[in-house]
Design a protein around this ligand. Structure first.
Ligand SMILES: NC(=O)c1ccc[n+]([C@@H]2O[C@H](COP(=O)([O-])OP(=O)(O)OC[C@H]3O[C@@H](n4cnc5c(N)ncnc54)[C@H](OP(=O)(O)O)[C@@H]3O)[C@@H](O)[C@H]2O)c1
Length: 361
């Protein structure tokens, strides 16, 4: 590989397979200057230009993004299709359009998770170099469902642990950062009893190992076929919801985390200790969880929280460290190619995936 300067604004990685531009006499001793548009003017992308079912997504050639001085151009090797992508694409909850565009999508390439290689860096970037293997998360501009994306150096991006492949690194952040946000909001302490309802989704399957790392005793609820999987994630007790009613357990919990939004505070309240906390990843019937989150914290007893999820570099580095130490490994259900993204999306939208669905470029 050859690392070369692109004038004042950028550094680019030239693959060894391509002819060395100096050796080829292209620059003839003058300072090379070419913008990435000349290098990667077009790229393959899965694009949606209107809200609707998975079939609105099309594989097209579009302009490659251009990194600003503080940004990194990433060649995507692996990405995911997840429930956030589906929510933005379908605009099923109208409220999502306040972020994604009222009438049509503002950012037309989805994919908030990615793993790939740094292709070029802006002139102000100091912590990454061309050729670095990186993974990251961007749920403002998305962009992972394409050959290239840009992300600012100070956003959610880090070096992939050397033990992980691109496929393993791509799904590290979506489920884990939602789970982390809720575990932190509930202030889970070592030795506390926690129930994870729906431990087989991207969020639930990340929550179990993250809770174990904090030192909690975890009871996980899942279907029959995934009992062994959930046990392998570290759950101390597993309730198979197809054979047992979780609401009839004798246990009581400091925290009940409904990671798939299928329970209710009413059902779970009797299972909570007197100061127990309930969090769901969904709004609940007629937005009940928002309503409860507004008034139950004012009372002394059991309460509902509805934390607003966020992610920053320190979260990425924390999750990276757990992955590097082998304490967290995202569950991967299926792998698709970018060309099969409509099928991948249809599967994810079914709500039946186990863990994560990865797209290889
Ligand atoms: N609050 C937020 O900001 C936010 C962000 C992202 C996602 N979400 C929401 O969070 C939820 C989870 O997301 P995710 O990506 O983790 O979901 P996911 O991966 O699509 O979850 C699917 C898993 O949930 C299990 N499941 C479905 N119904 C269940 C039930 N009644 N009881 C137990 N398990 C059940 C499924 O297994 P079986 O059906 O086979 O048991 C499947 O393994 C989604 O509703 C999503 O919309 C919220």
């Amino acid at each position: 590989m050859l690392i070369t300067s692109l004038g004042e604004d950028m550094v680019l990685l030239v693959e060894q397979a391509s002819p060395d531009p100096f050796a080829a006499g292209i620059f003839d001793g003058v300072t090379p200057f070419f913008s990435p548009t000349q290098v990667h003017s077009k790229m393959k992308a899965a694009q949606y230009t209107k809200y609707g079912p998975p079939e609105v997504i099309r594989i097209v050639d579009i302009e490659s993004p251009q990194p600003k001085p503080n940004e990194i151009l990433v060649r995507v090797q692996a990405t995911t299709v997840n429930r956030t992508d589906c929510g933005f694409r379908s605009a099923e909850y109208f409220i999502s359009r306040f972020w994604s565009g009222l009438l049509r999508p503002k950012y037309t390439v989805l994919g908030n998770e990615f793993a790939g290689d740094v292709e070029a860096i802006g002139s102000e970037v100091t912590s990454f170099s061309p050729g670095d293997r990186v993974f990251g998360y961007n749920d403002e501009r998305f962009g992972g469902h394409a050959e290239f994306l840009v992300i600012a150096e100070n956003e959610a991006i880090a070096i992939i642990p050397s033990t992980l492949t691109y496929k393993e690194a791509a799904p590290l952040l979506e489920g884990a950062h939602y789970a982390l946000c809720d575990i932190r909001a509930a202030n889970v302490q070592p030795g506390q009893d926690v129930m994870v309802y729906g431990a087989t989704g991207a969020i639930g399957s990340a929550a179990v190992p993250l809770l174990k790392h904090v030192g909690a005793r975890v009871t996980a609820v899942c279907n029959t076929k995934n009992v062994d999987l959930v046990r392998s994630l570290g759950a101390d007790v597993v309730i198979d919801y197809q054979t047992d009613d979780y609401t009839r357990t004798d246990q009581v919990f400091d925290f009940i985390f409904d990671a798939v939004g299928k329970s209710s505070f009413g059902q779970c309240k009797p299972l909570l200790k007197p100061k127990g906390i309930y969090i769901s990843t969904e709004l609940g019937k007629r937005g009940a969880n928002i309503f409860y989150a507004l008034f139950t914290p004012l009372l002394k007893g059991r309460k509902v929280l509805f934390p607003i999820p966020s992610i920053d570099r320190s979260d990425v580095l924390y999750i990276r460290e757990l992955a590097e130490k082998g304490l967290f490994k995202p569950v991967i259900d299926r792998e698709y190619s970018l060309h099969d993204i409509v099928a991948a999306t249809t599967y994810v939208e079914s709500g039946q995936k186990t863990g994560n669905v990865v797209i290889m470029m």
